[in-house]
Design a protein around this ligand. Structure first.
Ligand SMILES: [Cu+2]
Length: 126
């Protein structure tokens, strides 16, 4: 019985480890709203275009080899430089910079990287 429970939890944890879009809705009356993750890779946001619900917290994490930023095109938010992970996967790796914004107003937000203007992202909040 106990063994089954443990292997079940391990599967759940493994499922959360990927870099793909995660969309988790709050349940059980906690104070956490839905969350979405965006991976910053080598000069691209992944996903670069998405639609979320009002109250969603978006987390950007830099996985690329360079510093990047998450800077709104109008006033709103600016992560500043998000450091690249160090170590390039050969041990001693540290996580890249992380930036979070909770979007509480419907609309469309566009953002870019201040170091690489070709990096662009769009979020529609509805
Ligand atoms: Cu960049």
């Amino acid at each position: 019985m106990r063994r089954n429970l443990l292997s079940c939890c391990a599967l759940v944890l493994a499922g959360c480890g990927g870099l793909s879009l995660t969309n988790q809705t709050g349940s059980g009356g906690g104070n956490t709203g839905p969350t979405v993750s965006v991976a910053i890779q080598d000069n691209i946001y992944a996903p670069s275009v998405m639609t979320i619900k009002v109250g969603t917290k978006v987390t950007w994490t830099n996985h690329g080899p360079s510093s990047h930023s998450v800077t709104s095109d109008s006033t709103g938010f600016d992560s500043g430089a998000l450091d690249a992970p160090t170590g390039n996967g050969y041990g001693g790796m540290t996580n890249g910079g992380v930036f979070q914004v909770t979007f509480s107003t419907p609309g469309t937000v566009t953002y870019h990287c201040m170091f690489h203007p070709a990096m662009r992202g769009t979020i529609t909040i509805e």
